[in-house]
Write a protein that binds this ligand. Sequence first.
Ligand code: ATP
Ligand code: MG
Length: 585
Amino acid sequence: MSNEKNKAAPAPAPPANFLRNIIDQDLAAGTYVRAGLPPVITRFPPEPNGYLHIGHAKSICVNFGLARDYQGRCHLRFDDTNPEKEDTEYVDTIIDSVKWLGFSWEQQGTEHLHYASDYFEQLYHMAEYLITSGHAYVDSQSAEEMQKNRGNFGAAGTNSPFRNRPAAESLALFRDMKAGKYKDGEHIVRAKISEDGMASPNMNMRDPAIYRIRHAHHHRTGDAWCIYPMYDYTHPISDALEQITHSLCTLEFADHRPFYDWLLATLAEGGFFAQPVPRQYEFSRLNLTYLVMSKRKLRQLVDEGIVSGWDDPRMPTLVGLRRRGYTPEAIQLFCERIGVSKADAWIDMSTLEGSLRDDLDPKAPRATAVLRPLKLIIDNFPAGLSVACTSPVHPHFPERGLRTFPITRELWIEQDDFMEVPSKGYFRFFPPSGDAPGSRVRLRHGYVVECTGYDKAADGSVAAVHVNYFEDSKSGTEGSNTYKVKGNIHWVSAATALEAEVRLYDRLFTEANPDAGGKDFKAALNPNALEVITAYLEPGMSATLPDQRFQFERHGYFVADRVDSVPGKPVFNRVTTLKDSWVAK
Ligand code: ATP
Ligand code: MG
């Protein structure tokens, strides 16, 4: 039975994890039984201020994956409350990347694509409610005073002199803030959570800011607003408005959870939301070795021209990984393999590359490419003769058919398939020496040839290898297997080879933790992360379309670059080598 048939079998149940356990308990208890709504609604909430990276892919797979597995739905929501940093360019690429990963926010004909900015009106009214009900006030301290009075971790701060300002005064000020009567930073709205005030042991509970003045143009609301809600205020409310059940985020938000709960409970009391309100759960972020993932550092690589752009195939961005040749299935497989937990861990880059190889091996058609060419001349092969050779498109799936390429008198082979003086156990090409004949080698899918000598260039390098062939040794013909040879190498016909640019990509950093301990991550850049070569490919490869992937036999997986390939002239990126070459380094 072929692997393809095996593949059609139902996928095994996903492994249990703490989030599934929580959802299972909620399902058993009927926590979120609400008319017309699925019992699991999650969301992926990126800020449109950069490109998504492999870390976001984990969050996407967790949120969309759980929704899919529990027949719920997952919303894509843009947390767009920082107008200066955000842009529609980022909105578009994020939408593209989530779709490319294979997920959808559509359910029964309804698109669940949301923007926090769609809620600005509601967010504003809820803030007015919090002020009038004594749960928020307008603070008019300067930024420095506020900073000073915040205290630190372990040391209580000092309450603002405006904390007990009458609600009516705060409300009037807030309305004037909205009307544009003040400059940025003149006033701010803060939550008033408990009598602890600035003594709360949780810094996030020390009267957190909920609204600020920003005279800034917003990519969606234009100049309609000059006050913008804070992330910590917007996020829980957006979750509640969208009737999210499980609000899943990374561990650094654990300290924000008390405010999340307080805010939603307070607004539910005020009649804005029905119980049960959403609940937040945290999982550990993805950290991958040999990478940096912070948006700031990735932006630095782009801005300083160290990489060619956000979609440079060395970048850990989803657009970069896509251009590199990663498949959405490989990334999903990787996310399944690493699982989800609360334990902070570093995942080795080889786990990501392993998922990619496992995904590509059954899919990728095979092809021949000579990357470091050396001329091979079959002296007894008639000039002008061309004999067709065939090879399976995929060795494990004969049903995918054969590919055909010619053998001619002059071929390209790899430079390291010839040694003037063979080392022990070397079975590829070497010349006669004394009484010993030259090596006999099979040209894969072609003939057995025997090395008779070689030419040297003026600089001492090997210019060409000479061989004779055995006419009755052609692969697949009767009697061909009477030739017993230990070397079996790939080649392409020089007369018909496709000359192509091949970009040999490798890891962007040479150190497992390039930014550990705050050190300069650029010092660990891998100078060999990109080498551009001209290679010779079997002639059929000229028909390659952008994004098509192949296994170049003996070399690894390659993809036709989606940006620079033109019809008839593909440019190839090395996706990954066949084996992990970084072990034990
Ligand atoms: P910034 O670098 O500006 O802090 P961010 O990476 O947190 O940005 P967001 O747009 O806020 O970017 O992230 C969207 C979601 O992706 C958040 O829920 C966040 O927790 C999650 N996320 C970001 N990085 C990772 C990561 N490395 N592993 C898992 N989830 C992540
Ligand atoms: Mg963030």
